[in-house]
Design a protein around this ligand. Sequence first.
Ligand code: HEM
Length: 529
Amino acid sequence: MDRVFLDSITRHSLLTVVVALPVAYAAYLGVSRLYFHPLSRVPGPLLASLTDYYVTYYDIAKDGQMVHQLGRLHARYGPIVRIGPNKLHFADPKAFDLIYRDVRLPKEPWFYDAFNVPLSLFAICDIPKAKEAASVLRPLFSRKNILQVEGVIQDVISHFLQVLSQRSKSSPRTNLHRGFASITMEVITTYSFAKSYGVVAYPSFSHPGLVGFQNSNFIIFVMRHFPLLRSVFFAMPLWLAGWFVPGIYGRRQFIQALDEQIAGILEDPTVLEKEEHEIVNHHLLNPKVGRKPGRRELIRASDITTANACIVAAFNVLKNPEIEVRLRKELMETWPEVETQLSLERLEKLPYLTAVIKEALRLSHGVVSPLPRVTIVSMGQSFMHYNPEIFPNPKEFRPERWLAKGSSDLENYLVPFNKGPRMCTGMNLAWAELYLIIGNMFRKVDMELAGTVNSVIANATMIIVAVILYELESPEGPISDAKQWLQPVFASVLSHFRTLPAPSSHPSSYWPLFSGLARTDSSQIDSTT
Ligand code: HEM
């Protein structure tokens, strides 16, 4: 009897310890975070001071809305807000320089590891390692180098215009966001690998590699907030991973193709000598460098960001007839022969085109998520770009603000490429692409807005068709014939997904797409060349 009694006490105590320990630990954490933490005096919501899952809720359950929540928090608590137990967010323009120009502040691994590209400069947090990687990569994207590969960008854009012209005969409606992303993806792969992967020519501008890259954005948010899931997800067979990231199949196939090419170059480096211009891999595959290039991130970094800026420009110019007339007039006067190509250097001298691009960069932000630096401080670009004291009526697309007297001071507050030691490596390439794409589009193409498409449904459809096309691409498969008949079917299916009217002012309905969550709407633009 005594023994039974003792046993039950032991069981009870064990149970009490099992329950009480975590509760006590949570209470200890809560009290220390609220009252004894160095940030405990910084204002912010109680829940955010207690747990990082406050941000998780807005990033995941609220579909990437943290950026809007940050705006509300700053309105309530002031320019510095505690958004996590160890995290501060700033909304003061002076803080931007202090955070991002400080060479001592490394990138924050929690945020960058989720991209799963440890070799890419973008995700390297260790300062000496990042310096080493940057010393190889940055010179390749110098202005001098970009001018040398201008021909590549010009050729890709000309090809794109041809494809668009062909397409407009069978399907006048085009998702130009995909179109622009196809241009930038083709440019970066050609510049890096001296090989066209047929991205621009792919039906409906939906190359599986491109769709796969774009669709993996959401999973990055999940990986960021639930790091334990990373190893589970990356160990999954492709068919299962495809349930979570539709299109991952195309992405893996594409990466495999890039890997094979890299392996080919490493086996026989003389193939590089045959290229007309120096390509990124001339340098990255140099044995002295001793590291494999972060090939995926160059593609990710370059396709969506530049395409976002282009679509914001196209959308807003078409929305405002007086802006469109002024832009087309400037282009026409400098570029009377429409069949020719105009050089980047001449386009760069056009003040109104330049103002349109700056305004597009201001409103599109390359990366909306605040980019965290240890000890965890960050400030989202939108808190510079949407500051009404710097940019009156900040949500309006007004290129004229860049032409007004004293506007050169505004440049300090235009930070789409970030500032400081980790600012965008591809900035010169991005500027070149923006001039050439927007210049060409508004000189050579007549367009009008044609509503918006729900990109979740459109993506799913594109992926199914993309997979079918890939399957057909076996040696026996009649791929070219199949593409010919599938393309119009595909285009007409897609045109039925025009579910929403064009947004009436700023395209806020597809804003989350720009924040990297490809889950809402992207604009559709009627195009006829
Ligand atoms: C309009 C177009 C673009 C925008 C707005 C943009 C924006 C940005 C921003 C904000 C960062 C800083 C990220 C951070 O601090 O973590 C960044 C980094 C980077 N970008 Fe871009 N980007 C654009 C185009 C490109 C292109 C075309 C390339 C192609 C090479 C590129 C390559 C990179 C790389 C490699 C980094 C990492 C730099 C480092 O961490 O040191 N970007 N970009």
